[in-house]
Design a protein around this ligand. Structure first.
Ligand SMILES: Cc1cc2nc3c(=O)[nH]c(=O)nc-3n(C[C@H](O)[C@H](O)[C@H](O)COP(=O)(O)OP(=O)(O)OC[C@H]3O[C@@H](n4cnc5c(N)ncnc54)[C@H](O)[C@@H]3O)c2cc1C
Length: 394
């Protein structure tokens, strides 16, 4: 490939690091800037399979994924006393996905990607972000937070759901944000004595759901998803906001939030998708959550972020570095797949969190049916476990 000039990627997240690896392997020398001071040590739990797995396979990273070990044998729904009423062994999920599946924490994936990028010699600059962008046709002028200005041939916005590159190129986030009527908050406990055993436990009540993940060494991760109107929640009020939402919650939801020693959640946001008519403008393009955030309810945001990165690099290679047809091909291929998953996630958001009118017996019947060994592979396919990458890529 011969991109005529330097390449900048904003965001050392899942999309940004994957793109940096792919471009480097095609012989380019991308620079990655990351606003945070370092890779995160902690982060929420994720399911990893589908297109993300396929990209990891092509990058030779699946051994590292398989080496991740968490003391999780099953996924179960529990009642207010912690008694399981629906359970599925993780081995069954893995079998349904031909063994191409792991539970991991977001920082695990970031570390694996970072180590590969680093070993390839990718220039990754932490504590650095873009202050301004000016597309001058022949190149893009970029001003960084230290006041320095540099010229790049191509700029990639892989800076997540609240992308700054998107704001600078396409305008305010509110134009593209689709609030799904709920919030998500994640917590990490370094030690605990909650009786979760070796299972991911999910407890649901009207308008609130909580999932608890034992991650070994006495540590616990928890994710809370709850339905509320959209309001502005300042950072210092986030913990109190979640505690209020789970007041009186059954099983260990309320107790865990009370036991939490931190001053704010590890992660807190509205459940908001990003739908933007064009992903590229001139020499700048977006990828990952920046242009197609699905929300956690799709269970595959990281897969699409990696697939997007892989496809952009591949199209640039196919068109010998010419960004115009490459960006067009990337958008034409990825956007329908993202839009379909966003639709599914928006529909799922309505049923994932029970309402006051939901019938518990009916929900239990459906959950039990989905966990059935015969139904499960079909359910996972409907949930997007199929790769979106072209056959000739697989
Ligand atoms: C609770 C939760 C559970 C989830 N579960 C799953 C799951 O099970 N499976 C799955 O596939 N997906 C899941 N997702 C979605 C998945 O995490 C995202 O879709 C994925 O992380 C998107 O990758 P990304 O690289 O686009 O963005 P991110 O991973 O968010 O990375 C963006 C990067 O850009 C950096 N950044 C931000 N602003 C700037 C700036 N101005 N300048 C420079 N850098 C900047 C950030 O620090 C970050 O490093 C989940 C999400 C949440 C919140």
């Amino acid at each position: 490939m011969a991109i005529d000039g330097r390449v900048l990627i904003s965001g050392a997240g899942i999309a940004g690091l994957t793109l940096a690896i792919c471009l480097k392997e095609y012989g380019e020398d991308p620079i990655v800037v990351e606003r945070s001071a370092a890779l995160p040590a902690n982060g929420y739990m994720m399911d990893f399979f589908g297109s993300g797995w396929d990209v990891a396979e092509r990058l030779g990273l699946t051994d590292k994924l398989r080496a991740l070990r968490y003391p999780i044998d099953k996924l179960q729904f529990v009642n207010a006393d912690g008694k399981s009423y629906a359970s599925v062994p993780i081995a069954r999920i893995s079998r349904a996905l031909d063994g191409k599946y792991v539970y991991l924490r977001r920082p695990d994936l970031l570390r694996i990607l970072y180590e590969r990028a680093d070993s390839l010699g990718v220039d990754i600059r932490f504590d650095t972000h873009i202050e301004n962008l000016q597309d001058e046709d022949e190149h893009v002028n970029v001003t960084f937070n230290d006041g320095g200005t540099e010229e790049f041939s191509l700029v990639f916005g892989a800076d997540g759901v609240h992308s700054e590159v998107r704001r600078l190129m396409f305008g305010d986030e509110s134009q593209f944000a689709r609030f799904l009527g709920a919030y998500v908050a994640a917590f990490h406990l370094d030690e605990h004595d909650f009786p979760v055993g070796r299972a991911v436990q999910i407890h649901e009540e009207p308008n609130r759901v909580a999932a608890f993940y034992p991650v070994g060494d006495g540590k616990l991760e928890a994710t809370f998803v709850f339905r509320l109107e959209e309001v502005d929640v300042p950072r210092e009020q986030q913990l109190a906001f979640v505690r209020r939402a789970y007041k009186g919650a059954g099983w260990i939801g309320e107790a865990l939030l009370n036991a939490y020693q931190g001053s704010e959640p590890l992660y807190f946001d509205t459940l908001t998708q990003i739908a933007i008519p064009r992903w590229s403008r001139g020499r700048v393009t977006l990828l990952g959550d920046a242009c197609g955030c699905l929300t956690l309810l799709a269970g595959q945001g990281s897969h699409m972020a990696m697939a997007g990165a892989y496809v952009i690099a591949r199209e640039l290679q196919r068109y010998d570095g010419n960004h115009v047809p490459a960006f067009r091909a990337y958008e034409t291929m990825l956007k329908p797949a993202v839009a379909a998953r966003q639709e599914d996630a928006a529909t799922f958001a309505k049923v994932f969190i029970p309402t006051a009118e939901s019938k518990p017996w009916l929900r239990r019947l459906v959950i039990g049916a989905v966990f059935n060994p015969i139904v499960l592979p079909y359910a996972l396919k409907a949930f997007g476990s199929n790769t979106i990458l072209e056959d000739d890529d697989v």
